[in-house]
Design a protein around this ligand. Structure first.
Ligand SMILES: NC(=O)c1ccc[n+]([C@@H]2O[C@H](COP(=O)([O-])OP(=O)(O)OC[C@H]3O[C@@H](n4cnc5c(N)ncnc54)[C@H](O)[C@@H]3O)[C@@H](O)[C@H]2O)c1
Length: 435
């Protein structure tokens, strides 16, 4: 297979390195596309160190030309640009591997469904959280009927001031780019619930707020005199919210050295102006099968992790995960470089309670490599094709749309104060409005 890449920032590296390394027998890198030539040069260097192939580069307006060189396209651009590349690639009959979220609006969801249904190309959304052994274990237990029929789910996700803050420094802080965290981040979580329950959302209600980040909140807390960005700021090296891009060679090359081309500032102050996304989100979902979901996302927590509780007709299942128990009070840490797996105090616990039985702690197996072996399983599914997976972890366009639609519906509900009804397996608004 010949793979073309569009969007050569941080995330693309996992796929590029896979094709240069353990998955090199499955395909080759045929072409790269990104508006930023400095980031393209970073990847050309990386490829040049491992392969003799000369890889051509294209600007976004040459995407159609690039498609002629490829059988499949890996889409890892900013979220709001996914849809246009996905639709163009599908319309050219190419396979598509697209990062989450599949897209950011209901109109994009509708366009992608139409393109996928008229195309001979296959689309895979890389929901890597499904492959994490603990999340796979939940699916295995629920599908096996361990707690009977699931009646409700309570899902609470906390992003700490290392990871959560990062969304307020760069393009994600503008809802037009990311759809907000209910789309950009919660797409993982809504997809997990859809997949865990093998069900689809029928109704969504939400309330959201911005209470911690942003200039208004900072002023209200008496936090004044903040720099516009971390670079050359007086607090650099001591302020936990200022990320020093120059301290890490990869961040420096990908962002600091590249910003003169497109003005993409990767280290904006999280207490600055211009933030249009929320940092506290509460969502209520009724599923087609009758289960209820209460979901919450907080992006300024002192620790990172999640708790997912499932009530069923035969018992209750509880998953408790601490990904990072605390954040130190010194210079900001690069959230993309620090492996949380070995973070201080990390733990996970899955407990099955059945009526009239003592609780049972379920062992969560781990494989080799990143994310408990989850990344290798995902890359196998992407590059070698899905095996006969009883957990059905590989996600297509319907799953991608179904999770985005919960996010955009929650966003719409928060704006209007009214619940939003979904139909067609959670892929369309009942009122027919495509946003
Ligand atoms: N699954 C995960 O855990 C995970 C983790 C990180 C990122 N992601 C996803 O990967 C994608 C990229 O995120 P990232 O962290 O690499 O961001 P990034 O900012 O590092 O990279 C984004 C790249 O897109 C390019 N770009 C911007 N506009 C474009 C356009 N119109 N056409 C083509 N390219 C364009 C930028 O120049 C940049 O190189 C996002 O969709 C994000 O949600 C997923």
């Amino acid at each position: 297979m010949r793979y073309a890449f569009v969007g050569l920032g941080h995330r693309a590296q996992m796929y590029v390195d896979a094709l240069l390394g353990d998955w090199s027998d499955t395909g080759a890198i045929a072409a790269l596309c990104d508006p930023n030539r400095t980031r393209l040069a970073y990847y050309l260097d990386r490829i040049g160190r491992r392969s003799r192939d000369r890889v051509p580069c294209f600007a976004p307006e040459e995407f159609g030309k690039m498609l002629e060189l490829a059988d499949a396209v890996v889409v890892a651009t900013v979220d709001a640009a996914h849809a246009r590349y996905v639709v163009a690639a599908l319309d050219a009959g190419k396979d598509v591997v697209v990062e989450k979220p599949l897209c950011t609006t209901a109109a994009d969801c509708a366009a992608i469904i139409e393109a996928a249904e008229r195309s001979t190309g296959r689309l895979v959304v890389t929901f890597n959280y499904r492959y994490s052994p603990r999340n796979s274990a939940v699916r295995r237990l629920l599908a096996g009927g361990a707690i009977g029929e699931v009646t409700s789910v309570h899902f609470d996700w906390a992003l700490d001031t290392i990871h959560g803050a990062d969304y307020f420094r760069r393009w994600h802080r503008d809802k037009a780019n990311s759809g907000g965290l209910l789309v950009h981040k919660a797409t993982h979580h809504f997809d997990l619930v859809n997949w865990w329950l093998a069900d689809a959302a029928a109704s969504v209600y939400a309330q959201t707020s911005l209470r911690f980040y942003g200039a208004g909140n900072a002023r209200a807390r008496g936090l004044t005199g903040r720099p516009a960005r971390a670079r050359n700021a007086p607090g650099l090296g001591t302020d936990p919210f200022l990320l020093d891009l120059s301290a890490d060679p990869r961040l420096k090359r990908l962002y600091l050295d590249a910003e003169h081309e497109d003005g993409y500032i990767r280290d904006q102050d999280v207490f600055g102006e211009g933030i249009t996304i929320d940092d506290n989100m509460s969502v209520l979902v009724r599923y087609e099968g009758g289960a209820l979901l209460t979901y919450s996302l907080n992006a300024h927590a002192p620790a990172e992790g999640y708790r997912a509780v499932f009530n069923g007709t035969a018992g209750r299942l509880e998953l408790d995960v601490v990904e990072r128990a605390w954040t130190p009070p010194h210079a900001a840490i690069d959230p993309t470089a620090s492996g949380k797996e070995h973070a201080a105090g990390a733990s996970e616990r899955l407990v099955l309670h059945r009526h009239w039985h003592e609780p049972e702690e379920i062992e969560i197996g781990r494989g080799a490599g990143a994310h408990g072996g989850g990344d290798a399983l995902l890359l196998n599914d992407v590059f070698r094709g899905p095996s006969d997976d009883p957990l059905a972890r590989q996600a297509g366009y319907r799953a991608g749309v179904a999770s985005v639609m919960i996010g955009v519906s929650a966003d719409r509900s928060a704006a209007t104060g009214a619940p939003v009804a979904l139909t067609a397996g959670g892929t369309r608004w009942v009122d027919g409005d495509a946003g």
